[in-house]
Design a protein around this ligand. Structure first.
Ligand code: NAP
Length: 424
């Protein structure tokens, strides 16, 4: 019975769905042993460090990941970094196939003057900061301004704006990082402006997320009815289903009576950012009214860009335009890619399931004679590898720490603390 060894690099949704697809493709004649390699001491990728903490339902997919991980043919090697702890060449040599599932961690840049001023940052920093990602624990996020501008009209921009505009005590029963809850409780931000360069009919928000907004209990959500009416005219009689559904949701928001809440989230459309200005830090953003020569500026002390992501490169893997160069997920020799690293940063978590399954079918088609070149443990020399058992100890410790304070978990942030829970 041939037993093939597959390494999956990256323990996020795409990686787990690839493992699940391989498990589903097994027959008596075709068996896999799957090793998942992850840079952080914790798995789950964006489910842990991306999904907004006030959306706990989306995180329930982690149960699927744990089911995959508890199959006897699966091993987790977390706290192991490709590049420093082992190389792609070593993986290619030891495994019949290597699957890259490292996502897109770098925030795209606007490329306008002032973007690097203090007070301007990417959602690729702000989101992992509030989600307790160890690499972002020391970010100092200055929330002493009354106005923040979030640039982008996608679901990440909406997550960021909501996190800034929620009454922070609403985050108490969530797994938001303690340091972020503390900072948000001290925050002076009362006006959050989400700024889209195109009209409402072109926004990348999805309608379930829009429909949630009027239900926010402590935040006044404002859209100008004139903006939505004009978009409805531009969209015409037969807009695509998603556009119609979005515009319907936006119309409801725009027709809702303004409330007297202290915190406001306001949508600004047809505003192309030209420049971020300020002497030592952000003081205002200059916009052009899209499609005209008119400019205007918004005074603010914080700008967060949420305009998409690019993949961070791994040595030995070809990249182009923020993605791994691939044909239907095939990269080269015995290397494959799945998820955002393959197709770019689009789609919801579930999109990765069919995507990974398609690539794993190709991987199976390409298999030759199984390799027999030793175990990966021959090359990983450090002794603080987080295995599935260690991760379970971390997971249990975090859940137990959350229980008395009514949280699903209380995340540890520092690598040392996470490793301590693991007994390492
Ligand atoms: P996205 O959906 O692609 O939205 C990116 C936004 O940035 C677009 O509105 C785009 O506008 C804008 N943009 C790009 N370049 C710009 C520039 N130079 N200047 C101004 N605006 C610019 O990306 P995302 O929000 O990062 O989300 C990534 C994926 O994750 C999406 O599929 C999203 O639905 C998903 N997600 C889902 C959830 C959820 O289900 N709750 C939560 C978060 C993320 P143009 O259209 O004009 O280019």
């Amino acid at each position: 019975m041939p037993q093939y060894k597959v390494a999956i690099v990256g323990a996020g949704p795409a990686g787990y769905f690839a493992a699940q697809a391989l498990q589903n493709l097994q027959t008596e004649e075709l068996q896999f042993s799957i090793d998942m390699i992850e840079r952080l001491p914790t798995p789950w990728g964006l489910v842990r460090s991306g999904v907004a903490p006030d959306h706990p339902k989306i995180k329930t997919v982690a149960k699927v990941f744990e089911k995959v991980a508890n199959e006897p043919n699966f091993r987790l090697f977390a706290n192991v970094e490709l590049g420093s702890d082992l190389t792609i060449e070593q993986l290619k040599e030891k495994y019949d196939a290597v699957v890259i599932a490292t996502g897109s961690a770098l925030g795209k840049k606007l490329g306008i003057p002032g973007e690097d001023l203090p007070g301007s940052m990417s959602a690729a920093t702000f989101v992992p900061w509030y989600n307790a990602h160890p690499d972002f624990k020391d970010e100092s996020i200055d929330l002493s301004t009354d106005t923040a501008v979030v640039i982008g009209a996608g679901n990440v921009a909406m997550d960021v704006a909501r996190m800034l505009a929620l009454e922070p005590s609403e985050l108490d029963p969530t797994d938001t990082a303690d340091h972020a809850i503390d900072a948000l409780k001290q925050s002076a931000v009362r006006n959050v402006i989400i700024s889209a360069r195109r009209g409402p009919e072109h926004a990348a928000f999805t309608s379930p997320e829009l429909r949630e907004l009027p239900k926010l209990e402590h935040t006044n959500v404002v859209m100008e009815k004139a903006d939505i009416d004009a978009a409805l005219v531009r969209a015409g009689d037969a807009p695509e289903k998603d556009v119609k559904s979005n515009l319907d949701a936006m119309l409801l928001i725009s027709e809702k009576e303004a409330t007297s809440h202290e915190r406001t989230m306001k949508f600004q459309f047809l505003a192309t950012p030209l420049e971020i200005k300020g002497d030592d830090r952000v003081e205002e953003v200059v916009f052009q009214k899209t499609g005209s020569d008119e400019t205007f500026s918004v005074k603010c002390g914080l700008v967060i860009t949420a305009i998409g992501y690019e993949a961070a490169s791994l040595e030995g893997i070809p990249y182009e335009k923020g993605k791994v160069v691939n044909t239907d997920g095939r990269v080269n020799e015995n290397v494959y890619v799945v998820g955002w690293a393959k197709r770019g940063p689009s789609g919801v978590i579930g999109t990765n399931k069919s995507d990974a399954a398609d690539v794993m079918k190709l991987l199976v088609e390409d298999l030759g004679t199984p390799k027999n070149s030793g175990d990966v443990t021959d090359v990983i020399t450090h002794n603080s590898v987080v295995t599935q058992q260690h991760w379970q100890a971390i997971n249990e410790a975090e859940v137990a720490a959350g229980e008395p304070v009514g949280k699903p978990r209380r995340k540890s942030v520092a690598r040392e603390d996470l490793l301590k829970h693991a007994g390492l």
